[in-house]
Design a binder for this molecule. Sequence first.
Ligand code: NDP
Length: 243
Amino acid sequence: MKTNNQLIVITGASSGFGLEMAKQFANDGYPLLLLARRIEKMETLKLPNTMCRKVDVTNKKDFEAAVREAEAKYGKTDLIVNNAGVMLLGDIATQDVKEWKTMLDVNVMGVMNGMQIVMNDMKERKSGTIINVSSIAGVQPFGNHAAYCASKFGVTGLTRVARGEMSPFNVRVLSIMPGAVKTELLGHTTNQSIIDGYNEWKESVGAVNITAEDVAQTIKYAYELPQSVSLREIVITDTMQDA
Ligand code: NDP
């Protein structure tokens, strides 16, 4: 069991998985740094022992400044959950290049920024945990997911490499690969027929009951295992999801 007095940094804490993680960790008394662009969504929660900062994870300078500010107040980061992400589904033949770039910047560069900001201190302290939120689309293909899959296969791959580099220092590097879960994620896709198709697919494979709370609880469980135990890769889906 972890002590609950060490700093946890959560990116993308203004909705979905990140917001649920924030509530669950705060409920158990952990000090938190919550990051996202919509700061009001995080501040409204009024969580105790919590600093909220408006940060775009692709801006490494701002990201690092927020982490250092929180560390000055609460001590070094023991866990970072690199959760911020975007999913802009589209047909590779026609999708706007800007959408590909946004996904690769946020989903891959944002994760790498978060890792580099904390990993040297973790190595020095010979302790710490990094949890990167990949996706089931980071291990298998789905239609209209080309750039999203590229970004999430990227997260899966970079996490595997980092795990090898960090394990001699007793630092855990995990990835979680959720299946379809209802959050705000799909809302950013710009093509309505792809949104409709995705929702029909979700119904047809039965991915309707799993919640963001379930995913947050799983991440918290993985973190609270002893430092000597690494749940390297977690694939979590609705029991009924068969794809
Ligand atoms: P949401 O859209 O509900 O949450 C995404 C979060 O990321 C928001 O808090 C958003 O905050 C933040 N975010 C987006 N872009 C940036 C940015 N540039 N800088 C900082 N924060 C940013 O989706 P989910 O909770 O579902 O997604 C969380 C993670 O889980 C993502 O990485 C997603 O790819 C992954 N995932 C989700 C699945 C699902 O079915 N829901 C399945 C598999 C993986 P703001 O806009 O305020 O900046």
